[in-house]
Design a protein around this ligand. Structure first.
Ligand code: SAH
Length: 204
């Protein structure tokens, strides 16, 4: 997976490649899907949601340019796979999921894999997690109609935020950078994510 789907397609950050090779992705999918868990495609998880394809996980992670000291906020815990990857590349991960059953499954895996620097809660992640703000990096793994302004507010300066923005069928990955009080938005690539549902996403 690391050589054929990530390195060959342009993932260059050695720390990201190493971690993608370490975290056992098969534990994050249903038993019936385990044989396909290292393939180059997204897979269904519980509650009608999906775990992103490995390349997209690596691509979004690489865009955050993590060095190891950061506090990172993830919106959309899902299976917990993305959070487990992040947890090995930064100091602390805060992750928010709106579906309780998914959160429960992810928490078990964080324990199994000794990801003790991840804190997870059930909530509407479009509101961020103000209590622990600001965050050096924020990653949203569901697609919304706009960048939720609470997330921009809770981004540190300097800080990097990555989020799919568009309609329900197709979105564009937006990289929002905050530096010296200025906000800049770069559009990186077309993607297809499940809906970001909440106050600053698609209506409940
Ligand atoms: N990062 C996940 C991908 C999960 S799919 C992984 O590695 O498996 C996106 C997830 O976002 C879904 O689980 C969905 O329930 C969740 N989600 C959608 N809107 C949300 C919101 N407003 N707050 C928190 N989670 C949300």
């Amino acid at each position: 997976m690391v050589q054929e789907q990530l390195a060959a397609k342009g993932i260059t950050d050695p720390r990201v490649l190493a971690v993608m090779g370490e975290v056992p992705r098969h534990l994050f999918v249903d038993d019936a899907m385990q044989g396909r868990s290292y393939g180059d495609y997204p897979l269904p998880i519980a509650a009608g949601q999906t775990i992103s394809q490995p390349f997209i996980v690596a691509y979004m992670t690489q865009a955050l340019e993590l060095q190891g000291h950061e506090k990172v906020l993830e919106i959309g815990t899902g299976s917990g796979y993305q959070a487990a990857i992040l947890s090995r590349l930064c100091r602390k991960v805060y992750t928010v999921e709106r579906v309780n059953t998914l959160l429960a499954g992810a928490r078990k895996l964080f324990d199994t894999l000794h990801c003790f620097n991840i804190v997870a809660k059930m909530d509407d992640g479009t509101l961020g997690w103000p209590e622990f703000a600001p965050y050096d990096a924020i990653i949203v793994t569901a697609g919304g109609p706009e960048v939720p302004h609470p997330l921009i507010d809770q981004l540190a300066d300097p800080g990097r935020l990555i989020i799919p923005v568009g309609d329900q069928d197709i979105q564009n990955l937006h990289l929002v950078t905050k530096e010296k009080g200025e906000i800049r938005i770069d559009r990186l690539a077309s993607v297809r994510f499940v809906e970001l549902i909440g106050e600053h996403g698609w209506g409940r």
